[in-house]
Design a protein around this ligand. Structure first.
Ligand SMILES: C=C(O[C@@H]1C=C(C(=O)O)C=C[C@H]1O)C(=O)O
Length: 182
């Protein structure tokens, strides 16, 4: 799965109605890394791919103002269970403005970005994964396909001249999926 796949989804400002626990996760503007760390003893980042140069979808081009972007794909683990799949896209200009991006490895992107005092976050867009994407995502994360809906969010994090389009897909282990829909 690569970040360019998400253009088939209906990204919108609408988060899941009547599901406050999931909306609380989806709409949290703070560092997801920090939130995950509060939920587990052992947090770790597994890098699935880094620095692939991808052609962008029209929406991604508009969000990043470039034709191609570098892509970092990770799984974020809490106590040896993947909770989040994340792909982050950034332009060659951002790569030049923030060279730390290329050597991140298993350091969480949030630890770099949320250190910036001038960090700004765009409004979130949300999407419920299609059945195909849900199955592909679970397979990519080494999980049995989740029977229930899975949701994702995306937003642009900007500091100085750097801009990163961060797409985060919440996997079945996130506690909110066990909360009843109102
Ligand atoms: C932007 C953040 O960084 C998290 C870690 C990522 C990574 O290491 O690639 C990507 C997206 C986020 O889930 C955050 O903590 O909010």
């Amino acid at each position: 799965m690569t970040a360019s796949i998400d253009h088939r989804w209906g990204w919108s400002a609408a988060s899941p109605l009547g599901w406050p626990a999931l909306c609380d996760w989806l709409r949290d503007p703070g560092s997801l890394t920090e939130r995950l760390r509060r939920h587990c003893r052992d947090f770790r980042v597994e890098v699935l791919a880094s620095e692939a140069l991808l052609s962008l979808t029209p929406q991604q081009k508009a969000l990043l103002d470039c034709e191609q972007a570098y892509c970092r794909e990770v799984l974020l683990y809490c106590d040896e269970t993947p909770w989040v799949y994340a792909s982050s896209l950034y332009s060659p200009a951002t790569r030049a403005a923030m060279p730390q991006l290329t050597g991140l490895g298993r350091r969480a992107l949030g630890e770099l970005l949320f250190d910036a005092p001038d960090l700004q976050r765009s409004t979130f867009e949300f999407a419920e994964l299609t059945n195909d994407e849900r199955i592909r995502l679970c397979h990519r994360a080494g999980l049995d396909p989740s029977p229930g809906p899975l949701w994702g969010r995306r937003s642009v994090l900007a500091t100085g001249r750097a801009r990163v389009l961060v797409t985060e897909l919440f996997l079945p282990a996130v506690p909110a999926y066990q909360e009843p829909v109102a």
